[in-house]
Design a protein around this ligand. Structure first.
Ligand SMILES: *[C@@H]1O[C@H](CO)[C@@H](O)[C@H](O)[C@H]1NC(C)=O
Ligand SMILES: *[C@@H]1O[C@H](CO)[C@@H](O)[C@H](O)[C@H]1NC(C)=O
Ligand SMILES: *[C@@H]1O[C@H](CO)[C@@H](O)[C@H](O)[C@H]1NC(C)=O
Length: 506
């Protein structure tokens, strides 16, 4: 009975021993070949990684690594341990120690053939060498925000066929050199916000034919060279806010023939050449608020006939003439348009007469509201008293009503109708706080807007003002304006003044 039992026990025993041996072999193999970077047991390791989903060999997909303890050298063996997780798609380095990482671990990138997204934050990387990011066929997204990067060399980003978004925000990059970005056919978004860029070399973006969005805001750019945007034929949005731009030359943006949105707010722009925006035939939105513009050349918007959203707030503009607005006037009537002009130094004069007309033609609430709230300065130049006696008296008289709510002076009984009008509207809009000499333009009937001597533009010597065409346009404008009854003889008088002044200036 016992005999058959013995071989069975032996078999079991042999089986158990064999199992143990294979286990031991597996364990030995692991210890001898590589460290699993998702499972670093050494407490003194300079790098620790947290792997989502699984920590087993080659199973991690998303990995975040912290760099501690005095930093890690380029030659450290740990870098080769990244071969333990060859399926990582998402890899982020967070540096938690000063000087913890001062180079791009390019080798790691080469081991990780499936890498799609890569990021380094808070490192002390100052220089990024050529080819640091090269030949990574699957990478779609590289983020290098909040490092100390000053120099990015030519061909740093080289042959990345699937790179779509590249973010270099919050570094200290001083200069963009030509061909830094090379063979990046899928790059759609390039973010360089909050750096210290003052120079953009010609040809920097030459190979980014498919770029849609470029952010260069919060930098130190004081000049845009003629060819700095070469190659960006598909760019739709360019953000240059909060730089140090002072003058924009003709044809600066001419290569950007698909651009829809151009943001230039918070610069120091005081001069725009007549053909600055030429070539931007698809531009819809132009934003120039918080600059130092005093005057605009009349043909400025000739090259941007699609423009329907314009922000010129907080400049020093004295005029915005019908010649200025004419190329885009019809667009401003559309539902979604806007034009923002507050915070300037506009004089209440006949050059703003178009606002009355546009107020009645605009379908956009934004356009109507901004025109209704538009205030300008009623400054009477004593030098022009002889030409403007009639207007002056009328105006000063209505001024008194605005400020002091005095009863109308008997001497000017003939302007009673006007005073009633203004009084009514004044009561309707008590919230707008105006300075002593400021008036709401739309409350001043068109025919009472003075047409003072033209001030020559400070920004362009070729600028003559107003042109004969412009004068004709005013006349047509006022004649076709349905909303206001007026005295034609006053208008004629107004234009006679323009021509008289023109004659006097020759
Ligand atoms: C990238 O690939 C090209 C061609 O495949 C090769 O010549 C070049 O040496 C590679 N560069 C790097 C940095 O891997
Ligand atoms: C990367 O681009 C190549 C073509 O250049 C394409 O075959 C491949 O599928 C892309 N990979 C990803 C992840 O999109
Ligand atoms: C920015 O760059 C200029 C040189 O162009 C340098 O003098 C300045 O210190 C830099 N600023 C910062 C904050 O790095």
């Amino acid at each position: 009975m016992r005999a058959p039992i013995v071989p069975a026990t032996l078999l079991l025993l042999v089986f158990a021993l064999e199992l143990d041996a294979t286990r031991r072999k597996q364990k030995e193999k692991v210890v001898h070949t590589t460290i699993n970077i998702c499972d670093i047991s050494d407490r003194d390791s300079k790098v620790h990684c947290y792997c989502e989903f699984s920590q087993d060999f080659n199973e991690a997909v998303k990995t975040e690594c912290w760099v501690f303890n005095g930093g890690i050298e380029k030659s450290d063996n740990l870098w080769s341990s990244f071969t333990s997780q060859s399926n990582i798609e998402n890899l982020a380095f967070n540096v938690r120690a000063d000087g913890g990482l001062n180079f791009v671990p390019s080798n790691v990138l080469l081991y990780l053939k499936k890498l799609r997204s890569f990021s380094i934050k808070y490192s002390s990387i100052v220089n990024i060498e050529s080819y640091s990011f090269a030949n990574l066929t699957n990478v779609q997204d590289i983020t290098l925000t909040k490092n100390q990067i000053v120099n990015v060399e030519r061909h740093t980003f080289y042959n990345l066929p699937n790179l779509t978004v590249l973010t270099l925000d919050e570094n200290k990059i001083t200069r963009l050199v030509s061909e830094t970005f090379y063979e990046l056919p899928s790059l759609h978004k390039l973010y360089l916000t909050s750096n210290n860029i003052s120079v953009i070399e010609d040809g920097t973006f030459r190979h980014l034919v498919n770029l849609l969005e470029l952010e260069l805001d919060r930098n130190n750019i004081n000049e845009l060279k003629k060819e700095c945007f070469d190659g960006l034929a598909n760019l739709k949005r360019l953000d240059l806010r909060r730089n140090k731009l002072t003058v924009l030359k003709s044809f600066t943006f001419t290569e950007l023939w698909n651009l829809q949105e151009l943001l230039l707010d918070y610069n120091e722009i005081h001069a725009l050449a007549q053909r600055t925006f030429d070539g931007l035939s698809l531009l819809k939105k132009l934003s120039l608020s918080h600059n130092k513009l005093i005057a605009l050349i009349s043909g400025l918007f000739e090259g941007v006939r699609g423009l329907s959203a314009l922000d010129l707030r907080h400049n020093k503009l004295k005029r915005f003439t019908y010649d200025n607005v004419k190329p885009i006037y019809d667009n401003l009537k559309n539902q979604k348009s806007y034009i923002y002009l507050e915070g300037n130094d506009f004089d209440c004069d006949c050059h703003l007469a178009w606002m009355h007309k546009l107020r009645h033609e605009a379908r956009s609430i934004k356009v109507r509201t901004s025109l209704e709230n538009f205030v300008c300065k009623f400054n009477i130049d004593p030098a022009m008293n002889s030409h403007l006696t009639y207007y002056e008296k009328t105006i000063i008289d209505t001024n008194n009503i605005f400020i002091d709510e005095k009863p109308p002076d008997k001497e000017y009984k003939d302007t009673d109708d006007l005073q009633d009008d203004i009084d009514e509207e004044f009561i309707e809009e008590p919230k707008v706080i105006k300075k002593e000499n400021e008036r709401t333009l739309l409350q001043i009937p068109v025919e009472l807007l003075p047409c003072p001597a033209a001030v020559k533009s400070v920004t362009d010597r070729t600028y003559t003002y107003p042109s004969q065409n412009e004068a004709k346009d005013y006349r047509n404008l006022i004649l076709t304006s349905k909303s206001n009854k007026f005295d034609i003889s006053l208008v004629t008088f107004c234009f006679n003044l323009i021509f008289l002044n023109k004659l006097l200036t020759f």
